[in-house]
Design a protein around this ligand. Structure first.
Ligand SMILES: Nc1ncnc2c1ncn2[C@@H]1O[C@H](COP(=O)(O)OP(=O)(O)OP(=O)(O)O)[C@@H](O)[C@H]1O
Ligand SMILES: [Mg+2]
Length: 453
């Protein structure tokens, strides 16, 4: 498996190596260069000071003195005459030293110059300074062993190598750390999502703080909870549907058996068949409503917006439903505050209004009045309020009535053939319009529902 921490560590290593490499190259060269210059300067100035002494008082004693002085130091001195013939030296000349003297150019400057700078391959670094005073002329050759310099440089290389190894170790530590704080939580989350897809919603994720990883973990937890709720709702919904279907079907089956009996009278048979017919109607309505919801649930459900003229549209609907209210001894009033036109799906909107009026009709007593109030909302949208004087809904039940198959009083609602799907369909339709629905109710006083589209 390609671990993200490995990848990151690799990028990191490359970056650090490039940086460190450049830095080392620069430092290494500079340090060595400075050191070599220092060495040359030191032997050159030493040679020059011997020159000064020789020019000041040239004598055998002076020559011996210089040779003796240098024999006690790390440097060697060789003094020659004009023709590069050795007069005196602080040490016996080696072959390399002699070659250097023989190969050096015939005319050399008084301020001196470097004649051997190859510290890598040669045994000595060397400079030469010319002197001349009162016919006494010659050269002062200074030699310094290159070995200490080479040792120093190899020591320096060793240090740089050590730094390189150290940074590798640090990188390894960073790799381990990265895998701990990055890869492991990611793997845990991957496992958690795999568990989720298997249907195990009990995901346990470590607390990861407030960074992106922590947020991801929190999102996965939320997802798990949401999925669990959805699954729970779905099973509950299915259980309720089966129950809702089973009750009327049990009636149908029971009354069919009774109606099939030979010994019952014709009028009894008719009575049973009527019950069967009623129950079948309930089942058909329930299934139609469920089908309606399923259609809305699918994402391809679309709303056909049209421009609607307020007054004629509402008057037509109210006219259609008024007889139902009349036959229950109730009043239905339409009150249109403003005259304007708006956009909505006329068929869906009628479905919404019919569902709400059907509730007012079912859950109000004879003699009560239901008012349909239409006005223009401050946002310019259409605001529709349906106010009834019915049995109302208690504050605890109010948030639940939009849930599918929820009914406040099962037995009472059943009496009216209610299945608890009306309001959830209304809510879905209003939301499909991009609208808003709100409900206020007080038991035994009445209910008012407002829709803004
Ligand atoms: N105007 C109202 N007054 C009092 N209670 C209401 C009113 N409207 C709805 N309810 C309560 O809310 C519940 C849910 O209403 P909803 O319209 O979703 O279902 P239903 O009327 O029982 O059945 P359906 O509309 O599917 O035939 C009802 O069972 C009823 O108890
Ligand atoms: Mg209803």
């Amino acid at each position: 498996m390609n671990k993200i921490s490995t990848k990151l560590a690799a990028y990191f290593t490359i970056a650090v190596f490039i940086m460190e490499g450049l830095l080392m190259l620069y430092l290494h060269d500079n340090i060595i260069d400075a050191r070599i210059q220092e060495e040359f300067q030191s032997i050159l100035s030493r040679g020059n000071s011997h020159r000064d002494v020789l020019e000041d008082r040239y004598s055998n004693t002076t020559l011996h003195h210089i040779a003796l002085m240098e024999s006690k130091t790390e440097t060697e001195v060789v003094i020659t005459d004009k023709n590069h013939q050795v007069i005196i030296s602080s040490k016996k000349l080696t072959k390399g030293m002699r070659e250097l003297i023989n190969d050096s150019p015939r005319s050399l400057p008084r301020e001196g110059r470097v004649i051997e700078a190859n510290w890598k391959d040669m045994n000595y670094l060397a400079t030469v300074t010319a002197f001349e005073k009162d016919g006494n002329a010659g050269y002062v050759y200074m030699f310094k062993s290159a070995t200490p310099l080479r040792n120093l440089i190899s020591k320096l290389n060793g240090h740089f190598l050590l730094a390189g190894i150290m940074s590798l170790i640090i990188l390894a530590c960073i790799h381990i750390l990265l895998s701990k704080i990055l890869t492991r939580p990611l793997i845990r989350m991957k496992q958690a999502t795999e568990e989720l897809s298997k249907g195990n919603f009990e995901v346990k994720l470590p607390h990861l703080g407030k960074d992106e990883l922590g947020e991801l973990a929190a999102s996965i937890k939320t997802l798990a909870n949401d999925l669990e709720t959805i699954q729970h709702d779905r099973s509950e919904f299915l259980a309720t549907i089966s129950h809702e279907l089973r009750t009327p079907l049990t009636y149908v089956l029971g009354y069919t058996n009774v109606a099939l009996r030979e010994e019952i009278s014709e009028s009894e048979r008719k009575e049973y068949l009527t019950i069967i017919q009623e129950e079948s109607k309930t089942i058909v309505t329930l299934i139609e409503n469920l089908f309606e919801l399923a259609k809305i649930d699918k994402n391809n459900f679309s709303i056909q917006l049209e421009e609607i003229q307020l007054s004629p549209y509402f008057q037509k609907i109210i006219k259609k439903i008024t007889p139902a209210f009349k036959s229950e001894g109730m009043n239905l009033i339409l009150s249109i505050k403003d005259s304007f036109s708006f956009h909505a799906d006329p068929i869906r909107l009628e479905q919404i209004i019919m569902n709400l009026l059907d509730n007012s009709l079912k859950y109000s007593k004879a003699g009560s009045t239901t008012t349909v109030l239409v006005r223009q909302h401050v946002t310019g949208k259409m605001a529709l309020t349906i106010i009834d004087q019915g049995i109302g809904i208690s504050a605890e039940e109010l948030p639940q009535v939009f849930n599918r198959l929820y009914r406040v009083e099962k037995s009472r609602s059943r009496e009216f053939g209610g299945s608890g799907l009306g309001l959830s369909i209304v809510k879905e339709l209003v939301e499909a319009h991009g609208g808003n629905i709100s409900m206020k109710s007080e038991p035994n006083k009445g209910t008012s529902i407002t829709i803004i589209i």
